[in-house]
Design a protein around this ligand. Sequence first.
Ligand code: OOG
Ligand code: MG
Length: 265
Amino acid sequence: MTAAAAFAAALDKAQRTASPIRRLAPDATIGLGTAYAAQHALIARRLARGEHVVGVKLGFTSRAKAQQMGVSDVIIGTLTDAMRIDDGGTFDPRTAIHPRIEPEVAYLLGTDLDEVDADARGSASAIAAVAPALEIIDSRYRDFRFSLDDVVADNTSAAAFAIGQWADPAHAGDLGNRGVRLEIDGRPVQTGSTAAVLGHPHRAITAARRLAAAHGFALSAGMVLLAGAATAAVPVPARGCIEAVVTGLGRVSVRVDRNERISDA
Ligand code: OOG
Ligand code: MG
């Protein structure tokens, strides 16, 4: 088994059993190439179980996130249909180790990205729709601590996501500096601006394109792109309603609830 395949097997088991593991390379880095190979191997295992890729996500596009986690490079991860929660749907925190939530902007690609110009205007033309989004992240590493390589291998901590009402980008207006609020049971727990995401969240398209080309991801029509959190992430409460609000774009919510039939032990 290659190192990447072994990392993928360990991370896959950690996710499926909701039990944290030690960092893959606590002393030396494993290298970004091996880290992305491990992520692809991890996703291949999920696809073999019947999941489908529905999009990609970016990580550390805001300084708030990079500072919170102590890393600085933008990274890319994979979203599958099994991670999707309907707007207003339920997340059972027992399926995760130490989940956190963050407010994001989601894009729906209307065109394969390699069919439009690589510049900002070409990338913007590929956007079919925009929406407020919530991402639930859950590092499979103990204490939510990792290096950049570790977190790339761990599919950038992706656990679940919910997307609000899609809006036509022509009618949504300039998304460059919109208020972003994360709420738990109606109480604001983080506030920020979409400007925190790469200066303008639309830049997520060009960043995704660069990362996809460098690390072997496809970005095709119909895919979702999560641009990255605009604020630091917050622990998911044991129970309650979590909501992300983006000014002029709307809101999206997820109910957090445990299945009471499972013992607390
Ligand atoms: C990695 C994922 C980062 C974002 O939006 O910046 C991310 C992590 O913080 O565990 O999803
Ligand atoms: Mg995120």
